[in-house]
Each structure stands twice: as structure tokens, then as C-alpha cells.
Design a protein around this ligand. Sequence first.
Ligand SMILES: O=C1O[C@H](COP(=O)(O)O)[C@@H](O)[C@H](O)[C@H]1O
Length: 238
Amino acid sequence: MMKERKEIFATAKETAEAFGDYLMKEAGEKSVFHCALSGGSTPKMLFDYLAVKYRNSPLWNGIHFYWGDERCVSPEDAESNFKMTKERLLDYIPIPQENVHRVLGENDPEREAERYGQELLEYLPTHKGLPVFDLIILGMGEDGHTASIFPHQMELLSSEEVCRVAVHPDSGQKRVTLTGPVINTAHEVVFLVTGAGKKEKVSEIFNKTGEWESYPAAHISPEQGSLVWFLDEAAVGK
Ligand SMILES: O=C1O[C@H](COP(=O)(O)O)[C@@H](O)[C@H](O)[C@H]1O
């Protein structure tokens, strides 16, 4: 039975910092901690905080980072989720290189979705043939997309594969994304959502009103795990 809760903070910075402490506490409870990161702009403050407060933490030795989605671009491209994480966090912390499992965005997208899915199955424990993350961090775009599952791409929510190629509905950019069943098999999923630009969608999802069913974020509910929303007041319309 899924457990859900919401944590609301005054500002985006406070939200990121509270989640950073929460993440490191969770990681400290396991000798190996498998965590999928999100991209986009919201996690920047989280990464900046971790890079300073936990710069020399011994916990990095047991943390493995993966990505919930990646744009199909080179790791030097400004659009790369990996590049953002590297520049804000990975370059500052003593995480072993072998603990960083990036999506090779420069590869052929279809082959990379297959390869990355295999890598996840190799490194993570499995349940019913799917990799089980300790924690998946997700964002939610202003259009309601999560990872790289966009509204009206609902087939990615039920795909039997571990990873799939998604196409950005406006730009046509290809991305590799975890599928819904993998996200819903995690021990814990955390949405990190801040800013007034998200408040309408957040409200629709929480109140099950308007177009809520068309937003992939509304369909995330880890079957055996917990779902936590870390939000700032702007995102909940305060
Ligand atoms: O494209 C993406 O967008 C979402 C949301 O990003 P944000 O900029 O609104 O924070 C993000 O969760 C996803 O990982 C990323 O690839």
C-alpha cells in the first residue's frame, strides 16, 4: 500500500535544502544507495547545497547516481542533464567514478534506451524483472511532464520496458526515460517542485480537477513504497 505525504517550505531554497538533508539521511541508512536524479532547472539548488554542505561526506562512497531521464545530446551540450549535475555537484564531491551511471545521450537513442535498461538491471536489485531504486527524484515541468514522459505519451507510463525513447512534443528532441512501471517499483519517489509556474498543475493533481488525468505526474504511485512531494509555497499557491 502506497504512503503519500507532502512537505511544504517557504522558499525554493529551503525546499531544496530540506530535501538535501533528507536525501543524505536516507542514504546514510544503507551501505549502498541507488538514487535516480532528475534534470531541468529545479535540482540546481539541491546540487549546490549538497556540493557545499556534504562536500567531504563519506556517504558518497555508498551512493550510486543514475538519471531518470536524459536528453539525447552529448555530455558537453548545455541541454544535458548529466552536464548540469556534473558542473553543480559531481565536480565537487568525492563520489567514486564507478558510482555515476549516466545515460549516454550521445549514443543512438533506441540502442541507448536498451543499453541503459540493461545497466540498471545489472546494478540494482530487481522485482518482477524491473530494477528497484531506493529513491527516484522527479521534477514536474510546467506542462505536467515528469522524467521525460509528457502528457499524451501515456504509453510510456505502462511500457513493459525499463527505459524508452521519448520525443519532446514541441522541439522534437529525443530523450531516454525510465518508464512508469520502473518508477512505481521504487522504494521511494520524491517530487521536487517549486515555483509559481507549477501551481495550476499542482492544484489540479492534488484536487483531481481539470486536466489532472492527462499529467503523467498524477499517475506516479509506487506500489510498495512511498511518495513524497517537496514543494515550496509558490508551487502550492500560497
Ligand atoms: O526536461 C526536464 O524537465 C523536468 C522538469 O524540469 P524543471 O526545469 O521544470 O525543473 C525534469 O524533471 C526532467 O528531468 C528534465 O529532463
